[in-house]
Write a protein that binds this ligand. Sequence first.
Ligand SMILES: [Zn+2]
Length: 264
Amino acid sequence: MAFLDSTAPVRCRLCGWSEVTLLGPVAPTHPAEFHTNEFTLQHCGHCDVVYLHPLPSANDLRLLYQQSMQFTDAHYTDPAQVEKILAYYSGAARNLDLIPQNGARMLEIGAGLAWMSRACKAIDPTVLTIAQDVSAECADTCPWVDHYFVGTVDAIPDRGPYQMVSLTHVIEHLANPASMLRTISALVQPGGAVFITAPFRPSGWRRGDAITAWRDYSYLHVPAHITYFSRQWFELQAASHFSIAHWDASHENGQAFELVLRRK
Ligand SMILES: [Zn+2]
């Protein structure tokens, strides 16, 4: 008889099915007094998501986000780097048909420096750009944003509808991503797009493989990154409101994915 760990989750936190297996323990990658140092990665055989267990506590999140400046690094201000980042966003906006038409609105969630707003505004200055972030760090340094709202998504005064909503490297930080998708579904107009990028998994890692590759994965941020998604999960969770218009998990050698959902 197998020995069962009574503290392990029985049901997948992301889809509710009981096909969860423990990949193994992962140590915090950020130095702070978190509520525990015994985090693990779990894999769900049903939705194919890898997620962190347990969730970071409210105080863990304060330690991660409120006591650190995230965007002062030269990585985000060096002109050559800025050009490179903008080239990526402009290319994605054009190639994936994301640019709002005829002065329509777009919303950038967890915006930080609001790169997607910057790219769209540069392509078409009539696009109305709204950005949201829980941190005020970048609110006064993004002239390409028409309205920069500091607070939660639920509290954004402008409820849309938006022609495009963008979340780049945001959804992996959320404790309840399904709830965020439901909130977004009410903000996007029919035919509108939701653009999502996030970490995927270590290059070449497949279900059934050992945890080893995860420990060297540059996007393993413990406990900041809570979920490593799959196309399967979006198909399960988003199907009632969205269709998958684009899925590409080959970015950065298969370490990150790019997704476009279209509102039905
Ligand atoms: Zn699952």
